[in-house]
Design a protein around this ligand. Sequence first.
Ligand SMILES: Cc1cc2nc3c(=O)[nH]c(=O)nc-3n(C[C@H](O)[C@H](O)[C@H](O)COP(=O)(O)OP(=O)(O)OC[C@H]3O[C@@H](n4cnc5c(N)ncnc54)[C@H](O)[C@@H]3O)c2cc1C
Length: 499
Amino acid sequence: MDHALGHRLRDGQFPAPSETRHTGVLIVGGGISGLSAAWRLAKAGVDDFLVLDMESEAGGNSRGGQSPLVAYPWGAHYLPLPTREAVHVRELLAELGVLQGDPAAARPTYDERYLCATPQERVYRHGLWEEGLLPQRGIDAGEREQQQRFHERMEALKQARGRDGRRLFALPMALSSRDPEWLALDRISFAQWLRDNGFTAPTLHWLANYACRDDYGMTHDQVSAWAGLHYFACRNGEAANASPDTVITAPDGNAWLARALAQKAGDRVLTGATVWRIEENKTNATVDAFFQAKTIRFAARQVIWAAPAFVLPRVWPGIPSELKAAALAGDYAPWLTANLHLSDLPEERYGAPAAWDNVFYDSPGLGYVTATHQLIRRHLPGTVFTYYRALHELAPAEGRRLLLETPRAAWAEGILAELERVHPDIRRLTTRLDIFRNGHAMRRPVPGSLFGGQREKLANFRSRRITLAHADLSGFSLFEEAQYRGVVAAERIRGGNIS
Ligand SMILES: Cc1cc2nc3c(=O)[nH]c(=O)nc-3n(C[C@H](O)[C@H](O)[C@H](O)COP(=O)(O)OP(=O)(O)OC[C@H]3O[C@@H](n4cnc5c(N)ncnc54)[C@H](O)[C@@H]3O)c2cc1C
């Protein structure tokens, strides 16, 4: 969220409405969840809806940028191969021509341009790049045995079902087993679960920690064990033409998906429209949005709130107290992303060749993805690296303060110094370096946050006129979760019954 606009929202200084417009469904938030609600409504033949987003472009955390050379991501950058449960992801990918043939097939064929080219990832450790994510060099037999055991355990968990017959860790998470024995994992941290299960190897703890930083913006001793295991055990999608761990990506990460969804909604998406007040009435709900220097009042039969949950109490004075408590029960991980525009591919040294995802073992940042990796057969005069850093080492509020108070030049210098360790000529090649500070990037799945009651209140809330969407309802942020919540919200207001 643009922090100046966000702070203005908090302070609530907007002009009174100067006109009223009417619509059937008003969707607040044009991220993946809001756009997916719109997609679902349009597919059901409902065209009396509008999507409002405060930013100049829809897409939220799945936005991207475009240079004269290549498109690049600002946030979300991949999808794993869709699981059998991810029926809406499969449906969308089929509609876009990326999944070919039967969307329900066990092993669909995917358009190769969207399957990550090899090598997919490498990790820089002790002065050397190694292929893959789990380091192998210099580890002893005991550590190797633990790595193997961990791998086997996760493979078994991918298949495992609870006493209710559902997969333990499904994606979307709402379809997972509710077997209390497994939900109890939400009460301990992922690091604790590893230790309790005899996993002590440093490389395994690093991998678990990396996964939590990457997907949740937190360390593995801060993350619910349920969420940590979900990362490793939910992804069981397969493809006819790729290995199971291949990801679906494009030069601009997931932004092509956001754009495709926005295009489907066409001129019903209004950007630069900040919703600052909601009121629920007997016959409708009114939504006041600051748009083009004035406030427009939208009178809607139904509202889908597809913006982050913590914003809702700021804009809805009449919010039920239970919902307010649930919305404010969780915190958000702050993130920094940077795009480095390079005039050439940088010097490569020591070890495995350049991959799409280039991960640092021991560094403040997670690493970077390369926008031109998917265009490997084309000879391009340069590239764009997208650098990722979660501010997990600080409490979220302190991280946000650091994010805002540290000048751009200081961030840029830190990033260049970090990247210089692996690419000594990176400064010379960098023609432009843009940074993006995202103070409330994603809801944090701390122990107790997934099945302790508050998240479920968000997920199940529905008043006469207001329904929630957004990945916050899942307790962690992934494309599949955001899309599912958007689709469910659309179905609910149509009176359908998706579980
Ligand atoms: C750095 C980063 C990397 C990520 N990488 C991946 C990845 O590789 N794969 C993956 O699946 N997921 C990834 N994610 C998760 C990503 O958040 C989800 O995939 C998805 O984009 C979330 O969509 P959403 O609709 O739930 O939320 P958001 O993206 O938060 O969308 C909410 C929208 O609401 C708008 N809004 C907020 N307040 C208002 C208001 N008052 N009025 C109007 N509009 C408002 C915002 O502008 C925003 O567009 C990443 C996230 C981050 C931050």
